[in-house]
Each structure stands twice: as structure tokens, then as C-alpha cells.
Design a protein around this ligand. Structure first.
Ligand SMILES: Cc1cc2nc3c(=O)[nH]c(=O)nc-3n(C[C@H](O)[C@H](O)[C@H](O)COP(=O)(O)OP(=O)(O)OC[C@H]3O[C@@H](n4cnc5c(N)ncnc54)[C@H](O)[C@@H]3O)c2cc1C
Length: 203
């Protein structure tokens, strides 16, 4: 977004690949698309010590790079944690786990009968539609006498890059690790009628 607004954007990433959970070939393709827009990447930033200094003044954050390049604004995207510290969960006896996420079972019940947790606060996957589906599960169990659970829920998700990256189910990496025999199909977007048509309209 900032690149398209005209900023020079450099991504300094600690790992060896962007979008770490995706298969390497997907991550590489996405990186290529972003680089084609002029975004620069420094991967393995810790080992290569890409960023040598970060300082904050009244108006600006300044980042200095190993190649003596520097940036004026720093956007730190280093993860999120739930806002559960001051909810008094311990007083109610609701157990939390790693990083403060509320512990739930497959029916989204907490350690206290009559208290449920839905959405991000109970831990990943953290998506809007997952929060809503959590609600649907509890609603169906409470008001319609159903016995729905989140066990084996297939999670579709989308990364709002341009073009978007959409996924459902396991990645290839996960499927291989689970020992499945795979049949893999590949269709380049240059062969997809809708993509061709949209590209024509953009030209
Ligand atoms: C930068 C970013 C990009 C994202 N992009 C996507 C995306 O593209 N697609 C997608 O599906 N998901 C995306 N997500 C995730 C999505 O926003 C969350 O999964 C979703 O909002 C979770 O809904 P929720 O109701 O569980 O929590 P939230 O939407 O976080 O709602 C929790 C609410 O509780 C309030 N609250 C907190 N503490 C208290 C308190 N003590 N008392 C009262 N109220 C309190 C908060 O103010 C907030 O309004 C993104 C998240 C971020 C941060």
C-alpha cells in the first residue's frame, strides 16, 4: 500500500521466506510480484544484520541499514497478543494458556461452565470469518441443541495482496508432512480467462 502511495519500501524480515506458513514456491512468487512493484527485501535479517540501528525522534523513526541506506519511517509488524491481562479471568477461574490466549475445548467452552470464548482471544487461526463461525457454533449448540465443534474445521483464508492469495486446507508442505500421496495441478494465471480479461481492462 505504502509503495503504491509513492514511498520507497524495504521489508526487513527475520526469516528466510516471506509469508512463512506458505509453501516456498508461493512465497517466492509473491515476493517476485512485490519486487516488480519496487519493494526491496532483506530476508534472514538477524543473521545478515541488515538493520544496524533504529532510533526514534519526535517526528520520525529512523532505521539504518548495513549498506548505509536509511529509512525515515518504521512500521513494526512483529505479531499480536490478546488483550486479556486485565479482564480478571483468574478471578473467574477462566484458564489462559500461552501468551494469554483463553483455553477452550473443541466446543469453545472455557475451563468454567457457562463461559465460552470465541475469535482471536482463544488463539489462532485469527480471521474475521473464524470469529463468526465460532459464534455460529456456540449459537447452534446453545439454541438449537446441536453438537458442533471446531475439530477438523477447514480454514479458508485470503491474503489481500494484489493479486490476492487464496488458500483452503493444508499447504503442500503440511500434506507431505502428514504422509499423503499428492497429485499437484498448476494453472498459470496467464491461462485463466478471468485474469486475462481483467488484465485487458487494466491496460
Ligand atoms: C492488520 C490486520 C489485518 C487483518 N487482516 C485480515 C484479513 O484480511 N482477513 C481476515 O479474515 N482477518 C484479518 N485480520 C484478523 C481479524 O481482524 C480478526 O481475526 C478479527 O477481527 C477477530 O475478531 P474478534 O471479534 O475475535 O476480535 P476483535 O475484532 O479484535 O474484537 C475484539 C473487541 O473487543 C474489544 N475489547 C478488548 N478488550 C476489551 C475490554 N477489556 N472490554 C471491552 N471490550 C474490549 C476491542 O476493542 C475490540 O473491539 C486482520 C487483523 C489485523 C490486525
Amino acid at each position: 500500500m505504502f509503495r503504491r502511495f509513492g514511498s520507497k519500501v524495504t521489508i526487513i524480515h527475520s526469516g528466510p521466506q516471506i509469508v512463512a506458513r506458505e509453501d516456498p514456491e508461493i512465497a517466492a512468487e509473491l515476493q517476485k510480484i512485490l519486487e516488480a512493484e519496487g519493494i526491496e527485501f532483506f530476508l534472514n535479517a538477524m543473521q545478515s544484520r541488515s538493520c544496524t540501528e533504529a532510533a526514534k525522534s519526535r517526528l520520525l523513526s529512523r532505521v539504518r541499514m548495513h549498506n548505509d541506506d536509511s529509512g525515515t519511517h518504521l512500521l513494526a509488524a512483529a505479531g499480536r497478543r490478546p488483550n486479556t491481562d486485565d479482564l480478571g479471568l483468574d478471578k473467574a477461574g477462566v484458564e489462559t494458556g500461552k501468551n494469554g490466549y483463553i483455553k477452550v475445548n473443541f466446543r469453545l467452552e472455557t475451563s468454567v461452565p457457562g463461559i465460552w470464548a470465541i475469535g482471536d482471544v482463544k488463539g489462532p487461526p485469527a480471521f474475521t470469518h473464524i470469529s463468526f463461525n465460532d459464534f455460529q457454533i456456540i449459537d447452534a449448540n446453545l439454541t438449537q441443541g446441536k453438537n458442533l465443534t471446531i475439530e477438523n474445521r477447514i480454514v479458508p483464508y485470503c491474503l489481500y495482496t494484489d493479486p490476492e492469495l487464496g488458500c483452503a486446507g493444508m499447504t503442500e508442505k503440511e500434506a507431505r508432512a502428514a504422509g499423503y500421496k499428492l497429485k499437484i495441478g498448476r494453472i498459470p494465471m496467464t491461462d485463466v480467462a478471468r485474469a486475462i480479461e481483467r488484465m485487458r481492462r487494466l491496460e
